[in-house]
Design a protein around this ligand. Structure first.
Ligand code: PMP
Length: 363
């Protein structure tokens, strides 16, 4: 869709990347780290000062104690963290419960490692996890449940009841929870992010992945981290050592310094909430149906009052015809489940969001 948008000069609200610069304080910190000579290999698990800052941050936010030496590893983005975790922990024949729609890298990683994806569908417009179905689909071969909150593409968040149910369902099992929390700081309307780390029994069986790219508008840096109990992290690092070994040193040094100011990440939700509200206020009076995003920087719009066309066809057609690119939500389902929903990324400059909403309102 991004290629199509570029070719046709369309406004690109398709691919999820911020359309504004990073904080100059952060780019200055990277330049300084380079000038100060931090240009050689970092230690395999990451620069220690960064892991220490992350440990402190998680203690403050979620009340959990993670040992920076043994339970936190810096990765080349969340995607690598997810792939490496799945490779380290999934063996041929293991079942992995996945929820559809899902971010696209989960299932291929499971399959490449001989695992069996067990799909559970979340349906528009609420995308709630049907926990009774989860319970029914757990078997002695279930090795992992992969959750994502805030959720891409549904823009929903799991609540306390969801986490308690997950905790209860996995109690007395050997199931590992792999929790994708890359949008942990982008939760709206006063809700708090329900990390698996807030729940001690869940924390003891979970690995959670995070991404600096989402939090600091720097998706192109491909920098993230994974956190969890030492017994899992030891296995994770065995694979990490021979695939990535270690990640970009000056960026890690800069992030360690930048994280010393918590407002750099604790205020990001209001920045994005304003953008969501701006986008939706300019859509008022349009023919779409929607539920305001509860988290992430994506907004789903249901176009069924406008057209009954397939979402993939329609997304392409609107890119050419109206100059606005989006992502059809069906591509996030293993079986292309079209529910007449498109995903729009609102991590863009205000002017562009208003322009995009005006176009959508006229359709
Ligand atoms: N998980 C989700 C839910 C995402 O939306 C993304 C990025 N689009 C990632 C993981 C990957 O993050 P990274 O760019 O740090 O690899």
């Amino acid at each position: 869709m991004s290629q199509l948008a570029t070719e046709h000069g369309a406004i690109n609200l398709g691919q999820g990347f911020p359309g504004f610069p990073i904080d100059p304080e952060l780019s200055d910190a990277v330049s300084k780290a380079m000038r100060d000579g931090h240009n050689q290999y970092a230690p395999m698990p990451g620069v220690l000062s960064l892991r220490q800052r992350l440990s402190e941050k998680m203690h403050t936010l979620y009340g959990v104690e993670w040992n920076p030496q043994t339970e936190i590893t810096i990765t080349a983005g969340a995607t690598q963290a997810l792939f490496t975790a799945i490779t380290a922990l999934i063996h041929p024949g293991d079942e992995v419960i996945l929820f559809a729609p899902a971010y696209d890298c989960y299932a291929p990683a499971v399959q490449l490692n001989g695992g069996i994806p067990v799909w559970i569908e979340l349906s528009a417009p609420d995308y709630h996890i049907p926990w009774d179905e989860v319970e029914a689909r757990i078997t002695p071969r279930t090795r992992m449940i992969l959750t994502n909150s805030p959720h891409n593409p549904a823009a929903t968040v799991l609540n306390r009841e969801d986490l308690l149910r997950l905790e209860a369902l996995t109690r007395y099992t050997s199931i590992i929870v792999l929790s994708d929390e890359v949008y942990e700081h982008i939760v709206f309307d006063g809700a708090r992010h329900e990390s698996v780390f807030r729940y001690p029994e869940l924390a003891a069986r979970s690995l959670a992945v995070f991404s600096f790219g989402k939090t600091f508008h720097a998706t192109g840096w491909k920098m993230g981290y994974i956190v969890g109990p030492e017994e899992y992290m030891t296995e994770f690092r065995k694979v990490h050592q021979y695939t990535v070994f270690s990640c970009n040193t000056p960026v890690q040094v800069a992030l360690a310094e930048y994280l010393q100011t918590p407002s750099h990440y604790t205020e990001i939700h209001s920045f994005y909430q304003k953008k969501r509200d701006l986008f939706l206020s300019h859509l008022a009076g349009s023919r779409f149906n929607w539920k305001p995003a509860s988290g992430t920087y994506f907004q789903l719009l249901d176009y069924s009052p406008i057209s009954q066309e397939n979402d993939v066809v329609l997304a392409q057609e609107w890119t050419l015809r109206y100059g606005i690119a989006s992502i059809p939500a069906s591509v996030f389902y293993p079986t292309s489940r079209d529910q007449h929903v498109l995903r729009f990324c609102f991590a863009k400059e205000d002017e562009l969001l208003v322009q995009a909403a005006e176009i959508l309102r006229s359709i």
